[in-house]
Design a binder for this molecule. Sequence first.
Ligand SMILES: *[C@@H]1O[C@H](CO)[C@@H](O)[C@H](O)[C@H]1NC(C)=O
Ligand SMILES: *[C@@H]1O[C@H](CO)[C@@H](O)[C@H](O)[C@H]1NC(C)=O
Ligand SMILES: *[C@@H]1O[C@H](CO)[C@@H](O)[C@H](O)[C@H]1NC(C)=O
Ligand SMILES: *[C@@H]1O[C@H](CO)[C@@H](O)[C@H](O)[C@H]1NC(C)=O
Length: 383
Amino acid sequence: MNPRQVFVSVLMFGVAGLLLFMYLQAWIEEQHTEVMAQHLLSQDTAPKNWSTSLKLDEREAAEIASFSMNRLSEEQKISKLLLKQFKQVNLPPKLLPLNKSLIKDDRWKSTDETQEKRRSFLYDFCKTYGSENRFRAHLVRTVYRIYVEDRHQILYCEVPKAGCSNWKRVLMVLSGLAPSAYNITHDAVHYGKHLKKLDSYDLKGIHTRLNTYTKAIFVRNPMERLVSAFRDKFEHPNSYYHPVFGKAIIKKYRLNAGEEALSTGSGVTFKEFIQYLLDSKRPVGMDIHWEQISKLCYPCFINYDFIGKFETLEEDANYFLQLIGAPAELKFPSFKDRHSTDERTNTDVVRQYLKELSSTERQLTYNFYYLDYLMFNYTSPFV
Ligand SMILES: *[C@@H]1O[C@H](CO)[C@@H](O)[C@H](O)[C@H]1NC(C)=O
Ligand SMILES: *[C@@H]1O[C@H](CO)[C@@H](O)[C@H](O)[C@H]1NC(C)=O
Ligand SMILES: *[C@@H]1O[C@H](CO)[C@@H](O)[C@H](O)[C@H]1NC(C)=O
Ligand SMILES: *[C@@H]1O[C@H](CO)[C@@H](O)[C@H](O)[C@H]1NC(C)=O
């Protein structure tokens, strides 16, 4: 390398380090200062009385209702006394060995090697950047997306757009709520009240399960997950996302918006959606479908035992089912239950969407999901 190249490399290295530092600091500060109850309120995406302010179809209404109810009960739980108890809960970062006593054949060797790499990768990351002390006051908040399956002693953190519908189906079968994953409709999965969430248990119940159950998370390339969420919620008729998010997005980011678009909220473009996402003064809040995985599942706090990826979903999921001793006939379903005629969101599809954005918007979107990229070792070919 000539001196000029050396200089440029050093400069780039410095800038990258500075960016990393800034993001981690902002993230840690946020985790540190946010009061749980405030957080719950400020992130409220559904209007307080949704039944009066909107006409919703039953499904979406049920989803929002159950979501709001959860929040209410969460808020009630957050008494000062509990907060005090939470602080006594100790969950140091640790890397416990996976119990592989039920794996009898060599078939899973490479899947397992990949799994072990992911586990130690996340552990190293968390050891370096995440201190559990900062999270102690947020136990209920940190487990609010975790589903419980008591028979096989599993905890599963739901990441929308990363195979969660099929995971819920499998959990329902494992817990004896359904005979086969293929019989459960999308509505029964998301609007039935069958599966229990970890935050519905008392502190001891939460603590015991966190310490003894096998904890799984399934993640996905952040950009693919984002595009998948956009396609699902904005490119198909939707009686919640269009009126609530669509209207606000079109009103704020579209110049000379037509009357129809303003009144229906339909037809949001990907670029407009990204403008909303990156706006620190968003006219409507965040949503679980595009919320960062680091904020949904708290990977540095929960010590997940198993890290699956959407990119290798069936292989990872079926290996996990072996590990936990699921019935041999239970296989992870491969179907896509919504908009099943649409092409799946893959690298090529993402590339097409990202063409709508400026390179600055692409970079900022990448930055927005920076921790998700880092924690799960995703590299971005898109920026
Ligand atoms: C919401 O509006 C409905 C219909 O007007 C009303 O019956 C209900 O009591 C309201 N709920 C709250 C929490 O204000
Ligand atoms: C591993 O799993 C097997 C089968 O479920 C169980 O019998 C055994 O006690 C477990 N070992 C440990 C160390 O937890
Ligand atoms: C991280 O990702 C890179 C690129 O995909 C891969 O080569 C590497 O093995 C991964 N590292 C771990 C620890 O999984
Ligand atoms: C479940 O699906 C199987 C196979 O598709 C079918 O034979 C069976 O009747 C279904 N059971 C129920 C309860 O719907």
